[in-house]
Design a protein around this ligand. Structure first.
Ligand SMILES: [Zn+2]
Length: 237
């Protein structure tokens, strides 16, 4: 293999390495993981606000239950006085009856409210349980995907390592000056730097090459560049 042919091979390795590096950065499985983690954080937020609301409603329910208890005690004590014969003044009796009616109405209203709150608690508990389950499922999924991703990363890394080794072996067959030229052209105009001659056409810019250039390039033993695009030409049988 001549220097120019080795350089063409080295370029193939470089392009392969580049493609693998891009693949590593844009792993579809990583995007899946990112999406899942995003929806997980939305679920966590939902869980925490549902938990917060559940706490608040439970407190409110407890508070109302205490108020019902207090109201019941007041009703009982007024009833005892009213029906125990302690009070004889008709005006006082009337006012106590009135108070009793109000208290009983309040108690009924509170009891209805407690029922409403209990329903709310139930709904929030079931929402919390549902969200918790969804979180668990998504976390399991994320774990699986992370395993898959790490495997893919390991596979690509192994390929990259073997490419690096192959490149090192090729590199010793190429002079430093040619390598430098390759790196410079690569930096200036991008890949590919070395192009095959197809028929009498430059594989880089597809312009017909003069026969004098083809004769020069054919032995593949020196750097011959396309006059149009400046790429290094490599003759292929
Ligand atoms: Zn060209």
């Amino acid at each position: 293999m001549t220097e120019i042919q080795s350089l063409l091979k080295l370029q193939e390795l470089d392009m392969e390495r580049l493609a693998l590096e891009t693949a590593l950065e844009e792993l579809p499985v990583q995007r899946e993981i990112d999406k899942l983690q995003e929806s997980l954080s939305v679920l966590q937020e939902r869980l925490s606000s549902a938990g917060f609301e559940l706490n608040r409603v439970r407190k409110e329910q407890k508070h109302e239950e205490w108020t019902i208890k207090d109201t019941t005690m007041t009703i009982d004590s007024i009833s005892r006085k009213l029906y125990g014969g302690e009070v004889t003044n008709p005006r006082e009796i009337e006012s106590m009856r009135c108070r009793l009616n109000t208290l009983e109405a309040t108690k009924r209203k509170l009891e209805d409210e407690v029922i409403g709150l209990m329903e709310k608690v139930e709904a929030l508990e079931s929402e919390t349980a549902g969200v918790n389950l969804e979180i668990q499922q998504k976390e399991t999924e994320v774990c699986k995907l992370i395993g898959k991703r790490d495997l893919e990363i390991a596979e690509i890394s192994a390929k990259l390592k073997s490419i690096a080794e192959a490149r090192e072996k090729l590199q010793v067959q190429i002079s430093d000056s040619l390598l430098k030229k390759y790196e410079q052209i690569l930096k200036d105009r991008g890949a590919p730097v070395v192009v095959p001659i197809r028929g009498n056409i430059c594989g880089g810019c597809h312009v017909a090459l003069p026969s004098s250039i083809i004769i020069l390039a054919k032995p593949n033993n020196k750097v011959v560049r396309c006059e149009n695009c400046g790429r290094i030409l490599c003759w292929q049988e």
